[in-house]
Design a protein around this ligand. Structure first.
Ligand SMILES: Nc1ncnc2c1ncn2[C@@H]1O[C@H](COP(=O)(O)OP(=O)(O)OP(=O)(O)O)[C@@H](O)[C@H]1O
Length: 186
């Protein structure tokens, strides 16, 4: 069974992608699956370099140590096939009516999903003011926050929904209700 809706989430570091998508998953219970494009990148990289995958997946210093190398390597892979990681992530996804892709970063990610799944693909941008992001632990890093993997969708303007998750945000309940409207009736 193919998914009926695919939600692609994007947003800057510490805007709350994991927070919102984890809460959405709680609300949707077992009709959804969270997909991370970074998962196949990290598992391939871990295997290749003999690294600890769990540490690489968690928010640790360990991950930061390999971040730049991973970005460089994955960019080279994308040059050969821009959909390679989207494809790998979807191949491992469970058979659920709603897929939540929590870490879309590039226009080619959106392109790949739209080409392969059509109008069931909906895009959601999370935004948060910098002060709030800093409170959550964001620190600007040259070579990380100023390159495509963080800025590739800054000028994308066809979002189905933009959610403020900064200091002026609405309640979590309202944020999730707005997402439910995008999902519509299955
Ligand atoms: N609406 C919110 N209310 C309370 N806490 C929040 C909210 N949004 C995010 N947070 C908290 O802010 C921190 C960063 O959020 P989260 O990890 O979801 O961001 P992210 O966008 O996934 O970050 P990264 O890109 O670095 O993975 C977490 O500790 C999270 O619990």
């Amino acid at each position: 069974m193919a998914p009926k809706v695919i939600l692609l989430f994007s947003g800057k570091r510490k805007c709350g992608k994991d927070f919102i998508t984890d809460n959405l998953k709680l609300r949707l219970d077992n009709v959804c699956e969270i997909i991370k494009i970074s998962q196949p990148i990290k598992s391939h990289w871990a295997k290749e370099k003999n690294l600890n995958l769990n540490e690489l997946l968690s928010d640790s210093e360990y991950k930061e140590r390999y971040r730049l190398d991973m970005i460089k390597w994955s960019d080279e892979m994308r040059e050969k096939d821009y959909g390679c990681f989207c494809k790998a992530a979807c191949k491992n996804a469970a058979d659920k009516p709603i897929w939540i892709v929590s870490d879309i970063r590039r226009k080619t990610d959106v392109q790949w999903f739209k080409e392969n799944y059509g109008p069931i693909v909906k895009t959601i941008r999370l935004v948060a003011d910098e002060e709030t992001r800093i409170e959550r632990g964001f620190q600007f890093k040259n070579g990380v926050d100023d390159i495509t993997s963080e800025c590739g969708l800054d000028d994308y303007n066809e979002w189905d929904l933009i959610i403020d998750n900064g200091k002026d945000r609405e309640s979590l309940d309202t944020q999730l209700n707005n997402i439910m409207t995008v999902i519509g009736t299955l």
